[in-house]
Design a protein around this ligand. Structure first.
Ligand SMILES: [Zn+2]
Length: 69
């Protein structure tokens, strides 16, 4: 299951999915709706995937232990 981030375009204000690995790199995002390239800082809104952000250790691969008989 891949986590994904969502970005709002500063031009057309539509939202689209980007790879969370692109966040924080200073890479330009590409809006598929209006074909605009813009830096992360220009986005009015960014939704980051929950968990595993900021504090290093990831909780994302945590599994519920299921016991089969
Ligand atoms: Zn756009």
């Amino acid at each position: 299951m891949g986590a994904c981030a969502q970005v709002e375009c500063p031009n057309c204000h539509k939202e689209f999915i980007v790879s969370p690995t692109m966040l924080g790199l200073g890479e330009n995002f590409h809006c598929p709706f209006c074909d605009l390239y813009f830096p992360e800082t220009k986005s009015p809104r960014i939704w980051k995937p929950e968990g595993s952000w900021g504090s290093g250790t990831a909780e994302s691969t945590r599994r519920v232990k299921s016991k089969e008989e």
